[in-house]
Design a protein around this ligand. Structure first.
Ligand code: PEP
Length: 255
């Protein structure tokens, strides 16, 4: 199975519904590389309306930015994976560093969320990555290994195929600082080898690993040309249609 080229936008807590509709209209109208799977992680309030807009628009898909680890119950303010599946949302982001930081989500909780999401039939975009302190002490690969072991590696071979891994060094998110293409490649290759060791080489070769952290139109080409980078998870730059379209169109031509 060959890997997908993926451009995922994470809108975070940005855009009113009307602004979201305008952004999607611009994306639909644009000339885009048709081989790229484009995923928009939008606020919960936008999902139903935007889903109607993008229906049958081929490789444009929606994601939620989070979900709960239970399917129902007394959890005021939460959204469950089965609620997302019931409105046909295909993807959910789990483990974004902002949720780890501001909502105290740890590897164990995230393991439960991944399990609940996959059981509900969703595909997971699982975020991992180190902060600056860990990077400075050169423990970044070990740090990510532990994140994957604790949250993902109880999945079986069939289940892990429904996971996209997003490597997002925290020091590069929203900071304007980007990992160098070599730093991204080093981590992506390490993750691929970890997956190969845990499952098998075929699974390791097939899993999609995207990079996140200040991806912009000006740096996407270089990052996406790394052999183990299958695309990007893009925050700020995904809120500007023109910029995001340029990012979508930044993949190297198929060889
Ligand atoms: C993100 O939110 O996942 C992200 C990578 O943000 P930014 O592109 O703004 O750094």
């Amino acid at each position: 199975m060959s890997r997908q080229k993926i451009a995922a936008g994470n809108w975070k807590m940005n855009t009113t519904l009307d602004e979201g509709i305008e952004l999607v209209n611009n994306l639909i109208a644009a000339e885009k590389d048709k081989s790229v799977l484009t995923i928009l992680a939008v606020p919960f309030t936008h999902l139903v309306t935007l889903d109607k807009k993008i229906k049958s628009k081929g490789k444009l898909k929606l994601a939620a930015q989070n979900c709960h680890h239970k399917n129902s119950g007394a959890f005021t303010g939460e959204i469950s994976p089965s609620m997302l599946a019931a409105i046909n949302i295909p993807y959910v982001i789990i483990g974004h560093s902002e949720r780890r930081q501001f909502n105290f989500e740890d590897n164990q909780l995230l393991k439960g969320k991944v399990r609940a999401a996959l059981d509900a039939g969703l595909k997971v975009i699982f975020c991992c990555g180190e902060d600056l302190e860990v990077r400075k002490t050169n423990k970044h690969i070990l740090h990510v290994k532990i994140q994957l072991e604790e949250s993902l590696f109880s999945l079986d071979v069939k289940e892990i195929k429904n996971v996209i891994i997003a490597y997002e060094p925290i020091w590069a998110i929203g900071t304007g600082e980007t990992a160098t293409p070599a730093q991204a490649q080093e981590m992506h290759n390490s993750i691929r080898r970890m997956i190969s060791r845990q499952y098998n080489k075929r699974v390791g070769e097939a899993i999609n690993i995207v990079y996140g952290g200040s991806v912009k139109a000006s740096n996407a080409k270089e990052i996406f040309s790394q052999p183990d980078v299958d695309g990007g998870l893009v925050g700020g730059a995904s809120l500007d249609a023109k910029e995001f379209i340029e990012i979508i169109n930044s993949f190297p031509p198929e060889s």
